[in-house]
Design a protein around this ligand. Structure first.
Ligand code: 5GP
Length: 210
């Protein structure tokens, strides 16, 4: 039985926070979350599975687990993923088991996923903290995607054309973070402040006892 007079015990979060970070391709989500993870050992970044081919420099088990379509579909049927979605002609999914364990162990878990997946997570975990990362402008975004030289022209155009409908989804998120290119520290600080504040959210703390 929890002693309500022991404030420091009663009014604190017992598990980790689940944090979703979404935003258009090229907005800088990965850079921000990776930098955050480096500075916060209490947080982990979930590694997704995808059917897309590795880009130059990507390693299996670091950026993604690269799986074939057959394996992905089988796992999807077996409820292996917490959420999954099709995007840019590929499939992406968040493996469930590790995340549940990490949260129970008090780790904050960051999912860097697109908007359809975020919607599924919101339904399953109403307490999720969701952050949408935006570039300063559409022009800057295009510059950024072209600059990384990792996609074909076709893939670039597909990503750019989906940006506007993705941005329409902002209204379902808790926070919006404008990532000014060249000011990574500023964005990492904003994410840090958001996560820190959410740890002290009374509703979330009291929801644990429902
Ligand atoms: P990319 O191919 O550029 O690595 O990722 C394309 C999009 O898929 C990005 O918006 C990325 O956040 C999203 N994504 C990556 N992993 C997952 C996942 O496990 N689930 C969902 N729904 N989206 C993901």
């Amino acid at each position: 039985m929890l002693n309500k007079d022991n404030f420091s015990n009663y009014y604190s979060l017992k598990t980790g926070l689940l944090i979703v970070v979404s935003g258009p391709s090229g907005a800088g989500k990965s850079l921000i979350t990776q930098e955050y993870i480096k500075k916060h050992p209490e947080a982990v970044l979930s590694i997704s599975e995808t059917t897309r081919s590795p880009r130059k420099g990507e390693l299996n088990g670091r950026e993604y687990y690269f799986v074939n379509e057959k394996t992905f579909l089988k796992r999807e049927k077996e409820d292996y993923y917490l959420e999954s979605a099709g995007k840019y002609q590929n499939r992406y999914g968040t493996p469930k088991k590790k995340i549940i364990q990490d949260l129970k162990n008090g780790k904050d878990v960051i999912l860097e996923i697109e908007t359809q997946g975020a919607e599924q997570i919101r339904k399953k975990f109403p307490d999720v903290v969701s952050v949408f990362v935006l570039p300063t402008s559409f022009t800057d975004l295009e510059k950024q995607i072209r600059g990384r030289k990792t996609e074909t022209e076709e893939a670039i155009n597909l990503r750019l054309s989906e940006t506007r409908s993705e941005v329409d989804q902002i209204k379902y998120y808790d926070f919006v973070l404008i990532n000014r290119f060249g000011y990574l520290d500023e964005s990492v600080k904003a994410l840090t402040d958001i996560i820190k504040a959410e740890r002290y959210n009374v509703k979330r703390i009291l929801n644990q006892y429902k």
